[in-house]
Ligand binder design. Sequence first.
Ligand code: HAM
Length: 416
Amino acid sequence: MKYRAVKGMNDILPDTIERWQVIENAFRDTLRLYRFSEVRTPLLESTDLFIRSIGEATDVVEKEMFTFLRSNESLSMRPEGTAGAARAYVEHKIANREPVSRWFYIGPMFRAEQPQRGRYRQFYQAGCEIYGDPGPLCDAELLAMLYRFLSGLGIADLELCINSIGGAETRERYRVALQNYLRPRAAELSEHAQQRIELNPLRILDSKDKEDRIVVSGAPNIIDFLDGDDLKHWNGLCTNLNNLGIPYRIDHGLVRGLDYYTRTLFEVKTNAGQLGSQNTICGGGRYNNMISDLGGSTVPAIGFAMGLERLLLASGFVASCPKPFIFIAPFGENAGRKALHLSETLRSAGWSVELDGREGSIKSMLRRANSLAAPIALVIGDSEVEQGVVQLKDLVGHTQESVPLTELVEHLNRLL
Ligand code: HAM
C-alpha cells in the first residue's frame, strides 16, 4: 500500500464514530448542567506560547511538539488545549467582560510520543477551564462535575488522585528540601532522575523507574510544606470533597508534567480497558499565574482534560442500535425518479431514508436492506408508479402489502 496514515495518527471510520459521539454528547450534556460554553481555538499556535505556558524543560515542549517554520515564524501543532484557550482569553480581554468564565473544548491535540495502546501522536481531548474563581469551592465543584461525568460513562475502578504543590514560595521551600533529601541518595537513582535533581527535582517524584520509586518513597511530602493560604485552600478542597462524598486518594507523588500548575493537582486513573501504563484518563489542576504570564491581568484558573481514546477503551460500551430508517428499492427508470421524489417527501416528514440508486436487482437491493438492518423496505417498480402505490416490505415480520402513496406517511407512523 502506497499511502498510509502518519505514524500514531488514526482514522476514525464511520462504523466507530457513534461511540465517540456518545461520549462527546455526554460531556456536552454534563457541562451544560454546570453552565460551561464551548470555545474553539486554532490547531496551530506560535511555538513561543507553549514554551511560555507549558515550560521549556517539560517533555511536551522539549521533545514532543510538531514544530515548523513558516515565513520565519515558528509554529507548533497544539500539544494540549489550555495554553491556546488562555491565549484567546487574554487576547479577547474576556476578563473585562465577565468576572468568571467557564469554557470547554473537544478537539485533536498533537504530541510526538512513541505510540502504544492509549497513546497516540494525534489524540482527542475533551477539556474545560474556569477563569476568575480562586476558591476551593470551585476546585471541588469541578471535581464533582468530572466525577459525575466519568461515573455516568460506567467506567469501572475510577481513582481520583489529588495533591497540592502550593504557590511559588511553597514550591521553592519544598524544592530545597527535596534536593537536600535526593543529593546524598543520587547514586541510588536512575540516570535520568540524577540529571533532574538540580533542574526539575519534583518530576523525580512521579518517575516510574523501580529504583527511583524506592528512593522517592522516603522523600518529604509537599503537603507538609503548605502554609497560609495554600494550606487553607488545600484543607478547603478536602473538606468540600468529603462533604460531597466524592472518593479520592491523596497522592504525594502527583506532580504533573506541565510547569504551569499552582496549588491543586489531580488525575483520574482506571484499571479498565487494559490501558496499562497509559491508564490516566484525565489530568488537570489549578494554574493561577498563566493568564498574567501571557500578558493578561491576574486571573486565577483551573481546568482538566481527558483523553477521548482512553475513555473509549476504558468505557468499553457498544454503540446503541441505529435509529429505524426506511430503505427504498426502485427498479425501472420511472420508478427511480418517483423514488427520489418519495425519499425527499419522507425525509420532510422526519424519516431517515436510504435510497438505493444503483439500478441493481431487487434481490441485491433487499439483501443490502437486510444487512443494514432496515426494518422496512419500500419496493417501487414501474407498475407501482402507474397505480400510485408502493410495496411495503416489513423486513422484521416478513410480510408485504401494497400501500397507496397518499396513505404512506400515516401508515409508516403507525408501523414504526
Ligand atoms: P495532560 O495530563 O497532558 O494535561 O493530558 C490530559 C489527558 O490527555 C491525559 O490524562 C490523557 O488521558 C490524554 N493524553 C495525553 N497525551 C496523550 C496521548 N499522547 N495519547 C492519548 N491521550 C493522551 C493536559 O493536557 C492539560 N492541558 C490539562 C489541563 C487543563 N490542565 C488544566 N487545564
